[in-house]
Design a protein around this ligand. Structure first.
Ligand SMILES: [Zn+2]
Length: 207
């Protein structure tokens, strides 16, 4: 069996390959100290894989939220990086964080419920399942309202995750709506949501 050296791309035989780091390396690269950035910095999936589903989804939602924050920092500190595709990706992380968080809350009460991608529909379901606390602890997002029938847009634009992931639909139409993104505003929203999610999770876990 042969391996490919991760740093130089040369093939290396099984007896010569160095696997002591995170990567496969040939003897020359080991000798010259050539390696990847941040050697030894890594994480595995074992711990998250063992968590119960609602807790797993909640932790995934925090992963997307923290990633949205990191992207906001990059775009705010380096405005030259800012364009609409990157704005979309940042918004998608935030949107998906909210989607996953609501998907974590709902099965605490309704473990067998089949869930969809719409944050506004998930918010409605959260309110139905937690009528006693919904007014005190809830998360507020720009996507809480379902615009179906209210705004004249292309069909695919009603699916916010589709807009952020593809900026297009199954047909070749251009979007009719215009969106805006500012890294500072998005970061502010991420931080507020992080606090709201903490409060909601404490409340729904106690019930
Ligand atoms: Zn090499």
């Amino acid at each position: 069996m042969t391996y490919v050296c991760s740093t130089c791309g040369n093939t290396v035989s099984q007896q010569d390959v160095d696997t002591s780091g995170d990567i496969f390396r040939c003897p020359e690269c080991v000798r010259s100290g050539k390696t990847i950035k941040w050697p030894g910095v890594r994480v595995g999936s074992e711990l998250l894989g063992k968590a119960p589903i609602p807790e797993r989804l909640r932790q995934m939602s925090i992963g997307y939220l923290k990633s949205a924050q990191a992207l906001c920092f990059d775009l705010g500190e380096h405005p030259a990086h800012l364009d609409w595709p990157r704005a979309c990706v940042t918004y998608f992380c935030l949107y998906h964080a909210v989607e996953l968080f609501l998907k974590a809350c709902i099965p605490l009460r309704e473990p067998n419920e089949k869930l969809h991608h719409s944050v506004s529909k998930l918010q409605d379901r959260y309110c139905e399942i937690y009528p006693g606390i919904k007014d005190i602890v809830h998360i507020e997002t720009p996507w809480d309202l379902d615009l179906e029938g209210w705004v004249d847009v292309e069909e695919w634009e009603h699916h916010t995750d589709q807009v952020y992931r593809y900026m297009s639909g199954k047909n070749a139409t251009s979007p009719r709506s215009i969106h805006a993104f500012s890294p500072g505003m998005c970061l502010f929203m991420c931080e507020r949501l992080e606090g709201e999610m903490e409060d909601v999770w404490k409340a729904v876990s106690k019930l």
